[in-house]
Design a protein around this ligand. Structure first.
Ligand SMILES: [Ca+2]
Ligand SMILES: [Ca+2]
Length: 412
């Protein structure tokens, strides 16, 4: 929870810096923490931080989180639990020159999630607008929050465009978990995101990469599923009955597992689940890291200044629980940073020169296997290793405390 608050704080600070540096006198808006209704409070916190970041990105407001307001006003934590939709609180915000307040609730009834957001005018002490929307899966919540806040603020939302931006969004009307919806594997409890296939420019699209990322070439991948998180120690232990990790924590990524060890994990998992889980190919991994093949430098952002919101890297000397940073555009966490992730392919520095265009699977043989995404142990001044296009490799028997993996699965 502390980390989530810190994240919210960092996002808000960056928002304030952006607002200040723009030199304009932007109206101030406060965003209260979303109240959780039958969902984990940490999840409501996550969605609050997405809400704050979404408003900040509009560049039209100076955004204050609930915690920012508390600090500014010198209010106690108890005071904050009262909410801020009463006359007294709204007036107090008005006196702080904060013109608007957004507060709301995320709830769940049965399988339906609902988001309600309210916009208050602090000068006139009244509600200006309210929007409520529903969705049927947890993975639709993030795009829905983004959509609802824009509606609330009177910004046009083109539904077709939102659809296009969320290619991972489950196809509606399908009930089987293997037909395009996110699902959780019952054996180890791993959550999977559906990745709609497509074509993209693979390799050094920013012109700042290593020679093995060249030439940039078009690659197309079929629909597949990818673990929402790196495989955790708890999940590894459920399948393998041991925990080889150096940094212990059941929700932390498993590490000190070699590529060969991972094959054993997959064999056992497939025996128990009856499915054909596998490591993602290098091409699938990069396509997913780029939020569905976009020209994205890191997973989730191209801005180095924002990287700390998305990735554990540099200034951290241990691993952390998975999923504590922001997800990328497909709803995948920790693709950049945390631990390096094994891919299925053999490594060949020259592979891009003659890679297949459709579903490339790497060379037929080699000495080393591909690793992707960088890790917690990158120097803070050099997040290069975490670039979505960056390739690294290691021998298949090599185990180290910054290498783990996430599971993949073909969609058909
Ligand atoms: Ca990672
Ligand atoms: Ca490299």
């Amino acid at each position: 929870m502390k980390k989530v608050s810190l994240l919210v704080f960092l996002i808000c600070i960056s928002g304030i810096l952006i607002s200040v540096s723009s030199g304009k006198d932007l109206p101030k808006i406060a965003v209260w923490d979303l109240a959780p209704g039958n969902i984990p409070p940490a999840y409501a916190q996550d969605l609050t931080s997405i809400l704050v970041s979404e408003i900040t990105k509009l560049g039209k407001y100076e955004v204050y989180s609930q915690e920012n307001v508390r600090t500014l006003a010198g209010w106690t934590a108890e005071r904050m639990t009262l909410g801020c939709t009463d006359t007294e609180c709204l007036t107090a915000l008005g006196q702080m020159d904060i013109a608007m307040l957004i507060s709301g609730r995320i709830g769940k009834i049965g399988n339906t999630y609902s988001i309600s957001l309210h916009l208050f005018d602090t000068q006139n002490v009244r509600a200006e607008n309210s929007i409520s929307e529903e969705c049927k899966s947890e993975d639709e919540l993030i795009p829905l929050v983004r959509q609802v806040v824009k509606k609330l603020l009177g910004i046009e939302v083109a539904p077709s465009k939102v659809e296009e931006k969320e290619p991972w969004k489950a196809t509606t009307g399908l009930t089987s978990p293997l037909l395009g919806s996110p699902f959780t594997d019952p054996v180890a409890g791993m959550e999977f995101v559906f990745v709609k296939g497509g074509c993209f420019q693979m390799g050094d699209t920013f012109g700042d990469g290593d020679s093995d990322e060249k030439p940039v070439h078009e690659v197309c991948v079929d629909d597949f599923y990818l673990g929402k998180y790196e495989v955790t120690q708890g999940q590894w232990e459920k399948v393998m009955g041991n925990n080889p990790s150096y940094f212990k924590g059941m929700n932390n990524p498993v590490e000190r597992v070699s590529w060969d060890d991972v094959q054993q994990f997959i064999d056992r998992l497939n025996n128990q689940s009856g499915r054909k889980y596998r490591l993602p190919t290098e091409a699938e991994w990069e396509y997913a890291a780029r939020s569905g093949g976009k020209r994205e430098e890191y997973s989730g952002t191209s801005q180095e200044a924002e990287l700390g919101q998305y990735a554990w890297y540099g200034n951290t000397s241990i691993t952390h629980a998975v999923g504590e940073k922001r997800p990328n555009g497909l709803g995948l966490y920790d693709m950049t940073g945390s631990v390096w992730e094994w891919c299925a392919d053999w490594y060949d520095a020259n592979y891009y020169k003659n890679s297949a265009k459709d579903n490339p699977r790497g060379p037929g043989n080699g000495q080393e296997r591909v690793l992707r995404g960088g890790a917690w142990a990158i120097f803070a001044s050099a997040p290069r290793s975490g670039r979505a296009a960056n390739r690294d490799r290691s021998g298949p028997a090599h185990r180290t405390y910054d290498c783990g993996f996430r599971m993949g699965l073909s969609a058909r």
